[in-house]
Design a protein around this ligand. Structure first.
Ligand code: NAD
Length: 511
């Protein structure tokens, strides 16, 4: 059994709507202070379809000087028109934007597929989700509320007094975004930041610069004041580094690799700006002896291979109890070979390409390393034909904790299976927790008590039972350990952009 590409010569650009073709044909500039600009140095980059290598567009890229201009615009908007709006006025704009996104869903979806390579059904879901996200945070904006309390006597200096808290926006926020789910990772920062009353500078990934530019157009059309959202496409070492270090940025919210996250922290130290980090993962999937195999097989295949494994939550360390190991592996191979690989716009496609030639080489390097370290490659792992960056999903058995494919985040379709014999939950949890990361994890069992006892022992920000990577607009998401700082989604996602001010007022006259 082997996987192959549906048709390596199938052109995505030839199959998109006229509206998407028109968007691709227009100039792709930076958005600073409400103006579309080519940037101070006039630099550009080309964006390519990772499934075919076809050029999609040339995009203007900003440098440090453009970041400085964007931060200045964001500060002026924060000190001016944006802070003058009430929570309710901001909510109205966010709701309008949610509607505008839904009206442009097809173009957003096609841009995400072309630029990133993801299958259309995933892109369509993420676009639905970003509209929902603006709607949800519009609701949250209407509920930004402090508390009231009676202060202790010594605080009130023996007088009558009242203490209350105000929730205020952090200020100017720098949002740095990766390429794996581009518009979604941008919006799950942007929507709560705007709801909280912050103004922002967004630095998208150089690999996927397009869909955020469409969002920029809609922000203008729906009436967001100039400078509230500034979009500076560009490279990490230049635009990204300046945004992290900028002395007039109050907060940086970063999603990307743990290695880059460390650089962001060091850069942010200059003015001690607040930092939120959503970083890498190497998440465990634990299959207990009483698990339902028919549920487990597709479940763990998707845990690892969803988005070609370019997924921070990917379950890549698979622990299967020895009593089920052989049956699960056999069925997993059959199931994986049924997953269609192709251009994301082809309706049958379940797995698309990797993001770039460089990333494909990195993933193939890990597959070779797994073989060198004597893991058994029982399925896939070949590069596939054509100009796209396709790699067949790989399943390794016989893995152990010291192997590179078990320890390091590959961010590709590589599954590392280990068999275990114990039923002691502390020992099983110790295997699951044997990683520097702590983003996600899942437990597969028919026993409620085993499920919850094991969930309580797993050190990760998100643990699912009989499913994997269950994310949602109102479900907090973030990492333990080196997977990050803070949470996104839900109320906690909003709190990340708010400061708390405590106010104490003496009420009685001087005695
Ligand atoms: P990356 O760290 O290479 O880049 C992320 C962003 O940081 C890009 O916009 C890049 O231009 C920018 N950047 C690069 N160098 C920088 C610097 N010195 N200063 C500031 N910004 C800089 O990550 P990637 O390859 O784009 O994305 C893959 C990684 O993202 C994986 O590790 C994955 O696990 C992680 N990720 C995490 C989550 C999460 O929610 N935890 C979600 C998606 C992706």
């Amino acid at each position: 059994m082997q996987s192959d590409i549906l048709d390596p010569s199938w052109s995505g650009i030839a199959h998109v709507s006229d509206a998407t073709k028109a968007f691709l044909a227009q100039p792709h500039k930076l958005l600073i202070n409400g103006e579309h600009t080519e940037g101070v140095k006039g630099n550009t980059l080309n964006s390519y379809d990772p499934a075919t290598g076809e050029k999609l567009a040339t995009v203007c890229t900003g440098t440090e000087e453009d970041i400085d201009n964007a931060v200045k615009a964001a500060r002026a908007a924060f000190n001016g028109p944006w802070s003058a709006l009430s929570h309710f006025d901001r909510a109205k704009l966010l709701k309008k934007l949610a509607v505008a996104i839904a009206e442009h869903a097809e173009v957003f979806t096609e841009l995400e597929v072309l630029d990133n390579g993801m299958p259309r059904f995933i892109a369509a879901l993420t676009v639905e989700n970003i509209s929902e996200m603006f709607d949800y945070y519009a609701g949250c904006a209407q509920h930004i509320e402090g508390t009231t309390t009676q202060p202790p006597r010594h605080v009130a200096m023996e007088a009558e007094a009242l203490t209350y808290t105000l929730k205020e926006p952090v200020g100017v926020a720098g949002l740095i975004v990766p390429w794996n789910v581009p518009i979604s990772t941008a919006v799950l920062k942007l929507a709560p930041a705007l709801a909280a009353g912050c103004t922002v500078v967004v630095k998208p990934s150089e690999e996927t610069p397009l869909s955020i530019l469409l969002l920029g157009q809609l922000l203008k059309e729906t009436g967001f004041p100039d400078g509230v959202v500034n979009i500076v496409n560009g490279y990490g070492h230049d635009a990204g580094a300046r945004l992290s270090a900028h002395p007039d940025v109050d907060k940086v919210s970063f999603t990307g690799s743990t290695a880059t996250g460390r650089k962001v922290i060091s850069a942010a130290m200059g003015n001690l700006k607040k930092v939120s980090l959503e970083l890498g993962g190497k998440s465990p999937v634990v299959v207990m002896p009483d698990a339902d195999v028919e549920l487990v097989v597709p479940g763990i295949a998707l845990a690892t291979f969803f988005l070609q494994g370019q997924n921070c939550m990917a379950g890549t360390r698979i622990f299967i109890h020895e009593s089920l190991h052989d049956e699960v592996v056999e069925k997993l191979i059959a199931f994986t070979s049924s997953l269609k690989i192709g251009h994301g716009l082809q309706p049958e496609t379940f797995l698309g390409p990797l993001i770039s030639a460089g990333h494909k080489e990195k993933v193939l390097g890990y597959i070779s390393k797994g073989q060198e370290e004597a893991a058994k490659l029982v399925y896939g792992g070949r590069p596939l034909a054509g100009n796209g960056h396709f790699v067949e999903p790989a399943i390794f058995t016989g893995c152990h904790r010291d192997m590179a494919i078990v320890r390091e985040e590959i961010f590709g379709p590589v599954m590392a299976i280990q068999s275990f014999s114990t039923t002691n939950l502390d020992e099983i949890a110790a295997m699951a927790n044997d990683t520097e990361y702590g983003l996600s994890g899942s437990v597969w069992t028919e026993s409620l008590s085993t499920a919850h006892a094991l969930v309580a022992r797993i050190r990760a920000g998100q643990v699912s039972v009989n499913c994997h990577g269950a994310i949602g607009t109102n479900i907090p998401f973030g990492g333990y350990g080196q997977s990050g700082w803070g949470r996104e989604f839900g109320r906690e996602g909003l709190d990340a952009y708010l400061e708390t001010k405590a106010v104490t007022a003496r009420l009685s006259a001087r005695q």
